[in-house]
Design a protein. Structure first.
Length: 237
């Protein structure tokens, strides 16, 4: 899936900058899907990779097999990786994630530099179950800067738009995972308009994109809702 994000606020140096977006991997529950993801990303062209949470299958217990799967996936990614945690994850995973070269954004931001210019990438901790998000802290960014927010859940879209983010990337919903014909989700497990439950949308001038995820949760089944990995291409316009 390729998603073009057009913005007049984007600096010329970042025109065409591309992010590979992986979400809701549920690695230990979705081994066949992870094998497919590794094959799919091998020949893709992108500048940065972002992960938007839910790396393990359960919400509790041993996560070593999840980390092993993530390590194998990380070996196939050629760029820097930035990530946020989801409601299936634990902060105990952070040291191991960072040891394998994944920078976890815990209510913080980083500047991405190109030709002496910068855009900003921020990430909030899980806002759905743990309610550990602090968007004000993550949004400590110059007002005139183009800024991208990683959030596992899209539930904080109002706050993200209010503090001035240009683009929100998330997951959590799986697009419903099991949907009626036409892709109509039976449930999204969030309180927000259904049109914002998957794919691209706009709210109060902020662009958003919610991935249907690469893995599966609860049951290893998808119906009328295929998994996805996404390339977001930033376009100055």
């Amino acid at each position: 899936m390729t998603n073009e994000v057009v913005s007049g606020r984007l600096l010329e140096a970042f025109d065409g900058f591309t992010l590979l977006h992986l979400s809701d991997l549920h690695v230990d529950r979705s081994p066949r899907a992870m094998s497919a993801v590794k094959d799919l990303i091998r020949d893709l062209d992108y500048d940065l990779c972002v992960w938007t949470g839910d790396y393990r299958g359960e919400t509790y217990g041993d996560f070593r097999s999840c980390l092993e799967g993530l390590f194998r996936l990380r070996e196939n990614i050629s760029t820097d990786v930035y990530a946020v945690l989801g409601d299936h994850d634990t902060a105990l995973m952070v040291p191991d994630l960072e040891a394998m070269g994944v920078k976890v954004l815990l209510n913080e931001n980083v500047a991405l530099a190109r030709n002496s210019t910068r855009i900003y990438l921020a990430g909030v901790d899980d806002a759905h179950f743990y309610r550990a998000d602090n968007i004000e802290k993550a949004a400590d960014i110059p007002n005139d800067a183009y800024a991208i927010l990683l959030s596992h859940t899209p539930e904080i879209y109002r706050q993200a738009a209010h503090v001035g983010f240009d683009l929100l990337l998330g997951g959590h919903t799986h697009g419903g995972q099991i949907c009626l014909p036409g892709g109509f989700p039976l449930t999204l497990d969030v309180i927000l308009p259904r049109r914002m439950g998957k794919g691209g949308w706009t709210y109060a001038g902020m662009r958003g994109y919610i991935s249907t995820g690469a893995g599966a949760s609860i049951v290893p089944v998808r119906f009328n809702c295929p998994p996805e990995i996404t390339l977001h291409r930033l376009i100055r316009g």
